[in-house]
Design a protein around this ligand. Structure first.
Ligand code: ADP
Ligand code: MG
Length: 703
């Protein structure tokens, strides 16, 4: 190398490093302003430049007040001229804030929301949106949606920065107006705007991406809607691409460094097990098993997510994997998120393996020391357990595979600590919670994924009905009929203790009540506060058909499998999330009989109503998950923060699936070709990835 390109890179790196300077290094931002910016997550110049507008107002769609007509939905922009707060005859506070835009006056009106006057002071430039009314010979909008555009001061001089057609509106906080942000950003761009581009030229040109410096400028001070669109696409691409590069690097590193156990292909024990099953595997199960057994034959430890709708038959596939390990002389472990589920696995797996010389043990919090000792001594082949499995005292003699059932129920830390047991065992994560496709590409982006997208034949499915109190008798009549036919019923109540009497029907109360309603039938109670062996006993009796009606809290949410249960009644269903409801109703409809799920609900909020509608409408878990994302927005659905991934600010995950997939493909290709980003062309990318992952990928800089 002649030092030329290397020097360039050093200069560019230095250029990027400058973005880490504190905001106070920008003229006009002193410590007071820095303090105001800090709640917005803005500490550095780079943070400020990446604090993107929340939305844009297009001046060409702003209506001059003089032309606003009654009944019309409009956005108007003006300066606050008058603030009036008074008490109405009905003793309400009425706040009237009047703006003027050169063509006329219009008032925003609020009742009992006097606090708006703290933000909408005289002289502030504001946009009001809403339906125009004409009252007391005045134009007004009641409860307008508003955005503060400019700060106080009547002169228009400081606002020269945003006289363009498109006005950016920033996510703000108290004491920081959009106008201030524009001023700060403008100064930051002056001093730091020539930033180097972290994306390799090859990627930029393949996707026709705008340069970063231009994009950032455009996002803050748009020239027009076309260029703004390109700029935002660029920023979105970066966000997604850089995250995927990080994930790809993580995956590569693990593959490179951890020594896995290359198992021999499936042999006699596995095929005997397959022959012993009372059913054929579905094509989807076969495919998943091929992928899993393929992984297990490599010396790179498997790290695969097996996703499958509730009832799609993941357990059998897991047992195949456990047996493959045992067949090769290694132990296998399967970890469940609840005791109830661990018992069930224990029951079912023992039954499936009757006649096989495989030693199975259950290890939960209440287990004896003996079990641990046996596991450590290698006297146990398959260990089934709860998170007790990951306690420090538990060690394995030769652990070949760990199956983590309902893995989304475990915290990230827990997952990791189990993976560390033994010498890099293969890991199979299983999840029935339909993870939206977009999410599985990010949150679980370093995992390989197998999907069981087909239910065993002959399932009649579940009919879901959302009901109110008036339909209770009908529901009970149905319960009566089904039980008379020999079927079983779940009644799910949200709380164990009657601590919240008014709202939640406690399971205990309900159990008492139902025992009275159905005197001839066998009712039983199951909740999380019961002793382990009590829980186990109840589950076993329900499984054996010795209980007709099981009144339960959420402990049956995941994984429980009683094919003879055909009815589920869920009380206060509007209090549950969609994923939970879907999991719950997945407990029924597992046999060849048609099943009915009745949701008693009294949804108060729009969101709850939307949820009830969705659960009734969609029976496909993935469609439901996407819907859930839409209803809730991504922010609340997952803890990317907890998972150690950078937060996605721009990417509305549910809407950007194609982009995420494309960027992911590109990122993985790039890392495949340059697994440590040593290529000079990727030097800045490497720097940027590390920055975005908050140093979590620091190893990139070692060795
Ligand atoms: P999940 O994927 O929700 O964990 P399970 O593994 O509990 O589902 O399987 C649900 C039920 O379907 C079980 O009773 C299981 O025995 C049965 N099952 C699994 N695979 C098949 C198949 N290929 N054909 C018929 N029934 C199956
Ligand atoms: Mg399961």
């Amino acid at each position: 190398m002649n030092g030329g390109p290397g020097k360039d890179i050093e200069a560019s790196k230095a250029n990027l490093t400058r973005l880490a300077a504190p905001v106070t290094s920008i003229s006009g931002i002193g410590s007071a302003n820095a303090q105001r910016l800090s709640p917005l997550g803005i500490q550095t110049v780079g943070d400020l430049l990446h604090h993107f507008p929340r939305k844009y107002l297009d001046r060409s769609t702003v209506t001059p007040i003089g032309q606003a007509k009654t009944g019309q939905e409009v956005t108007v922009v003006g300066r606050v001229r008058d603030v009036e707060s008074r008490t109405t005859r009905k003793r309400k506070n009425m706040l009237v804030i009047t703006i003027f835009d050169g063509t006329g006056y219009l008032s925003g009106v609020w009742f009992n929301q006097e606090y708006h006057k703290d933000r909408l002071k005289e002289g502030v430039e504001v946009a009001f949106s809403g339906r125009v009314r004409y009252e007391y010979s005045r134009l007004q909008i009641v409860n307008p949606a508003y955005d503060i555009l400019g700060g106080e001061g009547s002169g228009s001089a400081p606002e020269a920065i945003h006289t363009g057609r498109i006005i950016p509106v920033y996510p703000g906080t108290s004491g920081v107006t959009s106008a201030m942000l524009r001023r700060f950003v403008s100064r930051a761009l002056e001093a730091y705007g020539d930033m180097a581009d972290p994306l390799p030229e090859s990627v930029r040109s393949r996707f026709g991406l705008m340069g970063i410096a231009e994009a950032v400028r455009e996002i803050h001070f748009p020239e027009g809607s076309e260029s703004l669109k390109k700029a935002r696409y660029r920023a979105l691409f970066d966000e997604v691409f850089i995250m995927q590069v990080g994930l790809a690097l993580k995956k590569k590193k693990r593959e490179r460094e951890s020594k896995g156990i290359a198992l021999a292909p499936p042999g006699e024990m596995v095929s005997r097990f397959r022959r012993s099953l009372p059913f054929e595997l579905t094509a989807a199960q076969e495919k998943a098993w091929r992928e899993i057994s393929g992984d297990m034959g490599r010396s790179v430890p498997m790290n695969r997510l097996l996703q499958g709708e509730v009832g799609s038959g993941k357990t059998v596939v897991a047992v195949l994997a456990l047996l493959l390990s045992v067949e090769n002389g290694y132990q296998g472990a399967i970890m469940a998120p609840t005791e109830v589920l661990a018992y069930q696995h224990d029951n079912r797996i023992r039954k499936m393996l009757e006649g096989f010389s495989v030693r199975v043990a259950l290890l939960t919090g209440g287990s004896e020391r003996d079990v641990q000792r046996a596991v450590a001594a290698g006297e146990v082949d398959i260990v089934i357990g709860t998170h007790a499995l990951i306690q420090k005292e538990v060690s394995f003699e030769r652990l070949g595979i760990v199956v983590i059932d309902e893995q989304h129920r475990f915290g990230v830390g827990q997952r990791v600590s189990l993976e560390r047991k033994g010498t890099s065992p293969h890991v199979l994560h299983m999840s029935a919670t339909p993870i939206p496709r977009t999410l599985s590409l990010t949150l679980y982006g370093d995992l390989d994924v197998s999907v069981i997208d087909e239910l065993p034949a002959g399932r009649k499915g579940v009919v879901t009905v959302v009901a109110d109190k008036s339909q209770r008798r009908g529901a009970f009549a149905m319960v009566e009929k089904e039980v008379a036919l020999g079927r079983q019923v779940y009644v799910i109540c949200p709380l164990v203790e009657e601590s919240d009497k008014l709202e939640a029907r406690a399971a205990q109360e309900e159990a008492k009540r139902l025992a009275g309603v159905f005197p001839g039938y066998r009712t039983e109670l199951l909740h999380g506060q019961m002793k382990s062996d009590e829980k186990r006993d109840v589950m076993e009796r329900f499984q054996a058909g010795d209980i007709d009606i099981l009144i339960s809290t959420l402990v049956v949410e995941v994984g429980v499998d009683v094919p003879n249960a055909t009815v589920m009644i869920i009380e206060n269903a509007d209090r549950f999330g969609l994923a939970q409801l879907h999991q719950l109703r997945g407990r029924i409809g597992r046999g060849s009989e048609r099943a009915v799920c009745v949701l008693f609900a009294d949804p108060a909020t729009e969101e709850a109503k939307a949820r009830m509608k969705a659960i009734q409408e969609y029976d496909d878990g993935f469609a439901l998950a996407e819907e859930d994302l839409r209803i809730r927005g991504e922010g609340t659905l997952f803890g990317t923060r907890q998972s150690g991934l950078p937060d996605l600010k721009l990417a509305r995950l549910s809407r950007n699936f194609d982009l995420i997939r494309t960027a992911r493909g590109e990122a993985f290709k790039l890392v495949e070709a340059d697994p440590t980003l040593r290529d000079p062309e990727n030097a800045l990318l490497r720097w940027e990835v590390n920055r975005r992952f908050g140093g979590a990928l620091e190893w990139l800089f070692h060795g």
